[in-house]
Design a protein around this ligand. Sequence first.
Ligand code: ZN
Length: 244
Amino acid sequence: MSDALHRAAEAIRGARCAIALTGAGISVESGIPPFRGKGGLWLKYPPEEYASIDGYLRNPGKVWRFWLELAQTLGGCRPSPAHYALAELESAGRLEAVITQNVDRLHQEAGSNNVIEFHGNFSRLACLDCGATRPTDLEHLDERPPRCHVCSGLMKPGFVMFGEMIPTDALIEADRLAQVCDVVLVVGTSANVFPAASVPITAKRHRAFIIESNIEPTEFTESVTDAFLEGPAGEVLPRLVELV
Ligand SMILES: [Zn+2]
């Protein structure tokens, strides 16, 4: 581990362009429940029911109450030392961007400025009929699904649901970065979720150095990873940043 940590720090120090790719694992230490895997939210709340447009249209009241509770949970969470470590790398000029699959905005809260969100976030509501948007004001929302102020159509939070497209500008920018960067720091995400998983794979094809911080080995570890940092990101990343 110590050897991998030193090689990782050296790679970041020598990089012209380093980026990070983060997933649910980085936010678990902030108290945000994981969505996938054992103990994940999607086991208890099937995503086809609770996280798809069709599920929402079938039963807006039930699904909205679930989202409201989730948004309140997210709102009460604070960034972990891992989020702060990435923000520190950016402000030191050592990290170009964070590409995240998370919708919790903890990277921004920790101080990261260039955050590419594959799955959107809860900060705005969008009308399903006319497309009008407004900020998600949790204090003035209740258990009734929100209605549009323009056309009174049903509104949904601005995160990407199952059955929806990942925002094109996020995909294009992530792919561009994957091709030009020389270091990718993968944090708290496995190789199972595409298109996010294609970022380190593309970067590796362009000869980037891949650092992986996960609590256990993933399919990346044997295939693309150059330095595997095993353990909680909240412990590993601050040590890495210190070395850099
Ligand atoms: Zn509307």
